[in-house]
Design a protein around this ligand. Structure first.
Ligand code: UN1
Length: 513
């Protein structure tokens, strides 16, 4: 079988057969039990990392805290320079890291490259941001007084990321946090630990080249117990967690119990509304990429198509036809569109969801199933499937992280479609396909989509880094990446400065002594 240059890529990224999963930069340790990482692409063992022990965790946090004392006082544009160098190193290593992402996680090589591109882009964004950490000036009610607000670094930022975007989500957090003067401790998904080793090796090189302190970037590895050390730790003022709603509820509550801050970016149940005025060619591309890209394992993946009854049969036909063109196979082979899902548990969840949908009355339009035979030895390759369903089905209300697309019919006007689209607990991404201006604007209005992301004439996935990324309701309410998401990584300070020799009180209060 072709190796697609994986061995060389791993070597250049410094990923070995066994790696220390705990590191504060160039210093790394590893006495904990091993997590082995098997590729869903071919089922082969790629390598192993040690899990972080409580003692190792202590050393990481202490080193991170010490680094913060220096880093917070480095001028922000100088911090930006470090991020700029990291972005440049990512440019040099884009193919290698993209390949590792594809091989360890299973997304297509093109999408692996796209993910590294998101890292490069957020670095560029953060470099600019490092000169724009602006506060306001505010008019004082008192004579001879100035008021202003400042944004100061927060401290140690804990990052918990998921397997599906194993490197980009880390960088959305770190690039901003570093520019903001914070230091980061990253717990990667235990399903993709090797990507964390590769990223840490890259940033360690930049820190070393710049003589910057150990601890600005740290990694810990392991299961939920390692995450728990961080969520319960009051030395970690902010925890940014991306993953399932179940995980987010645990993390959010643990951090809130100590009145820490959290950024939660959790599950989606994203729909595209297809109105009678939709451009069908665009609809098909948006919907099919949204549903089968990353094998349906993006939090922004399209799970539901809500189609007007007048065009239902036509849309159903063109989408089903497009599915016959999909090539499923090794994601490193660029002729394939769809790679494997992450592991066999995920295959089981996919099969269970299809069964449940059928038992609730769903009608299979494009059949699913697990692929077997040459090239599919890992047992993780599944067929993207389409099921005609009702929005109220229990299974349709859930996020199944797999390539299953539900077709749902609506009648009447777009308000009926909106009621269905908003009629789920999650609120991440949404889209409408229409050339009708009224429908489009209604969709974006206060009575329209209730999601954090609402698109017109593009699909639900593939958000750009320049916008704030996240959603409402059970999606957790956090925002990462662009716009003013950086503010969550800093503490706001309001300053009032008196430049007179009087000391008048606010609200006109008289207090003579
Ligand atoms: C995720 O699935 O957690 O918008 C992130 C997108 C990507 C990021 C997805 N830019 O689909």
């Amino acid at each position: 079988q072709k190796d697609f240059g994986i061995k060389e890529a791993l070597e250049r990224l410094g990923v070995k057969a066994q790696n220390n999963g705990t590191s504060t930069g160039s210093n790394s340790e590893g006495n904990g039990a091993l997590i082995e990482s098997y590729s869903p692409v071919d089922g082969e063992l790629i390598g192993a990392v040690t899990t972080t022990t409580p003692e190792e965790y202590e050393r990481v946090i202490e080193t991170a805290q010490a680094a913060f004392k220096t880093w917070r006082d480095v001028p922000a544009p100088v911090r930006g320079e470090m991020v700029r160098q990291f972005g440049n190193l990512l440019r040099e290593r884009k193919e290698d890291l993209g390949k590792l992402v594809s091989y360890e996680m299973g997304k297509s090589y093109q999408e692996g490259l796209g993910e590294v591109q998101e890292m490069i882009d957020i670095c560029d964004f953060a470099v600019g941001l490092s000169r724009q950490l602006h506060g306001l000036t505010i008019k004082s009610e008192r004579p001879g007084h100035h008021m202003q607000e400042q944004w100061h670094p927060l401290g140690v930022v804990g990052i918990i990321s998921a397997f599906n975007f194993p490197v980009a989500v880390w960088s959305w957090n770190t690039a901003l946090a570093w520019a903001c003067g914070d230091v980061c401790v990253w717990k990667a998904s235990e399903k993709t630990p090797l990507t964390s080793i590769a990223c840490q090796n890259l940033i360690a090189q930049v820190l070393k080249d710049n003589n910057l302190p150990e601890g600005i970037s740290c990694i810990v590895n392991g299961d939920y117990k390692v995450g728990e050390m961080m969520t319960k730790d009051e030395r970690v003022p902010l925890v940014s967690a991306t993953g399932s709603i179940r995980m987010g509820k645990i993390v959010g509550q643990a951090v809130a119990a100590r009145l820490g801050k959290s950024i939660l970016e959790l599950g989606g149940n994203n729909a595209i509304i297809v109105t009678p005025d939709a451009d069908l060619k665009m609809t098909v591309i948006g919907a099919v990429f949204g549903a089968v890209g990353t094998a349906g394992q993006r939090c922004t993946s399209t799970r539901r198509l809500i189609i007007h009854e007048d065009i239902y049969d036509e849309v159903k036909k063109v989408v089903a036809d497009a599915y016959t063109q999909l090539r499923i196979g090794n994601p490193l082979d660029e002729k394939n569109h769809v790679g494997p899902v992450i592991d066999k548990d995920s295959v089981q969840n996919y099969l269970n969801a299809i069964k449940k949908a059928e038992s609730e009355g769903g009608k299979i339009l494009v059949e699913g199933g697990v692929l077997e035979g040459a090239g599919y030895e890992s047992g993780c390759y599944v067929k993207p499937c389409i099921i005609e369903a009702e929005n109220e089905f229990e299974i349709v209300q859930e996020e199944t992280f797999a390539p299953i697309l539900y077709l749902i019919k609506y009648s009447g006007d777009v308000h009926n479609a909106l009621a269905k689209q908003n009629g789920v607990k999650q609120g991440l991404s949404s889209a409408i396909m229409t050339n009708n201006m009224r429908e489009a604007h209604l969709f974006l209005s206060a009575i329209g989509s209730d999601c954090g992301i609402a698109n017109v004439n593009i699909g639900t996935s593939g958000a750009e880094i320049g916008g704030a990324f996240g959603g409402e309701k059970e999606t957790g309410g956090g925002r990462e990446s662009g716009s003013d998401a950086w503010k969550a990584y800093m503490r706001r300070q309001t300053n009032t400065i008196n430049y007179t020799t009087d000391i008048p009180l606010a609200q006109g209060i008289k207090f003579d002594i």
